[in-house]
Design a protein around this ligand. Sequence first.
Ligand code: NDP
Length: 261
Amino acid sequence: MTATAPTAVITGASSGIGAATARRLAAAGYRVVLTARRTERIEALAAELTAAGHAAVAYPLDVTDRAAVEAFAASLDAYPSVDVLVNNAGGALGADPVASADPQDWRTMYETNVLGTLHLTQTLLPALTAAGAATSGAGTVVIVSSTAGHGTYEGGGGYVAAKHGAHVIAETLRLELCGTPVRVIEVAPGMVKTEEFASTRFKGDLTRAAAVYAGVSEPLTADDVADTIEWAVTRPAHVNIDLLVVRPRAQASNYKVHRES
Ligand code: NDP
């Protein structure tokens, strides 16, 4: 690891796709800055990566807290550059129909998946632009949306609305940044079996959480998605992977999932 190694900030690095992305980008030579609310988890991952010879630091952060995000962005002034931002923090809460869904769940999903992405992107954009200028265009914003950002399903309304919001940030930002040295990549995963996504959605109901993956022989893993993020981020600086939709082979659409009985 050199002093001038590029830096990647990953939100939601305490579990699942974010943790896997941190591992991948660290192995690819990035200094990784791990953020999430659960301090002990990101500190443990940073220690693991550091012990393996990588550069990794943990910074506890709630992406919905604008003031905290601004303080985090200011703390990065100490780094030689901030080259990559992976907006991964987010998730689903509830699967109730529009007619009976809890507005607080919708508020939380919007705050996390949409406004969290906005806060991080706005505050880090000056540093990403400076890094892009120094590297002929390699400043990179990644937004982890979802196939829920591209089509709806019954009971998905609040999550689908939030992930459409994340998708629209990616599309709009790419238009607005055209001509600047920053590229905008959207990764939209389908079914990924991570340890917490479904149990968070169903608020600890592990039976409902397990039913999401029932009979699906090989859902995507967190590392499958991290692999696509690493690939997109490490393309030459003039190449912008606009959108990667990644599903397991057993899932042809949000509706069509092959389940073995
Ligand atoms: P996990 O539940 O394992 O991870 C979610 C991460 O987001 C955790 O690290 C959590 O950390 C963090 N997070 C949640 N709220 C906040 C917050 N307010 N501030 C900071 N961090 C927060 O889920 P996945 O890894 O599966 O999902 C990662 C992303 O991928 C999410 O955006 C999700 O919507 C998306 N996705 C997931 C799919 C799946 O099937 N699993 C499919 C498509 C997209 P902490 O609690 O420590 O703050």
